[in-house]
Design a protein around this ligand. Structure first.
Ligand code: ATP
Length: 231
């Protein structure tokens, strides 16, 4: 396995140049799948990203614990991005033994990269819909832009008129604006809609079904070799 694309933490990352848009993509990745990879690759074309940093989380605050261990989820990420220079991995949340809150990760990243670098945090539509339940969610836009990828089966409108007004107040249609200021905008991307979730993959595995169309074969082989998602 090549380790060239894998960052072991902040000290291994080359700081982005001014006006380079650094994209961050957090998730549980239990496991990583094409619903993560394909839309993000398209997004990189759409808004001209050179780098996407995957940030696997440790103890997700709002969810049951992952079935795969942190080491296994990391190994699957490494296999999934092998040979793809778009992606790197930041392990800072995995190293924590307390819940990893996105806002706290963003605070540490801002300190490292400084205040001028535009940061974009990528989320799926389902995450946008539940964003108001995230720890200190209203402060997120003080540290980053939000870039939202559509996801089939999820509502377009936010839960309340007040939340929808918040979205409308920050939404921009021109992705170029994401480079004009370091944080504060929300961009709804035109990425392809893929009906794939980690839940669905775990359920298929539990039922003994194959997952060839849902994730890279190297990841599927790893899952098989580790006997993951079988209980
Ligand atoms: P689970 O089914 O276990 O909840 P998941 O498939 O949603 O997992 P996560 O690791 O929780 O995967 O997701 C990380 C991020 O990727 C979230 O912001 C989520 O909205 C986004 N995401 C996941 N799957 C898709 C998809 N098919 N299309 C667009 N975004 C997605």
């Amino acid at each position: 396995m090549s380790t060239s694309a894998i960052s072991l933490g902040s000290q291994d990352q080359t700081p982005p140049q001014p006006h380079e848009l650094l994209a961050l993509f957090g998730g549980t990745f239990d496991p990583i799948h094409y619903g993560h990879l394909r839309p993000v690759e398209q997004l990189a074309n759409e808004i001209h990203l050179d780098k996407v940093v995957l940030i696997p989380n440790n103890v997700p605050p709002h969810r049951p614990q992952p079935e795969a261990s942190s080491a296994q989820r990391l190994a699957m990420l490494q296999l999934a991005i092998e040979g793809n220079p778009l992606f790197s991995i930041d392990q800072r949340e995995l190293r924590r033994d307390t819940p990893s809150y996105t806002i706290e990760t963003l605070e540490t990243l801002r300190k490292e990269y400084g205040h001028a670098v535009p940061l974009a945090f990528i989320i799926g539509q389902d995450s946008l819909l539940s964003l108001h339940k995230w720890h200190r969610w209203e402060a997120l836009l003080n540290f980053c832009h939000l870039v939202v990828m559509g996801r089939p089966g999820y509502a377009q409108e936010l839960e309340t008129p007040a939340l929808q007004r918040w979205l409308d107040a920050h939404k921009v249609d021109d992705a170029g604006l994401l480079r004009q200021q370091p944080q504060g905008f929300i961009y709804l991307a035109n990425t392809p809609l893929l009906d794939i979730s980690a839940t669905q993959i775990r359920q298929r595995r539990h039922a003994g079904d194959d997952c060839a169309n849902f994730l890279p074969s190297s990841v599927e082989r790893y899952i098989e070799s580790q006997g993951l998602y079988r209980r």
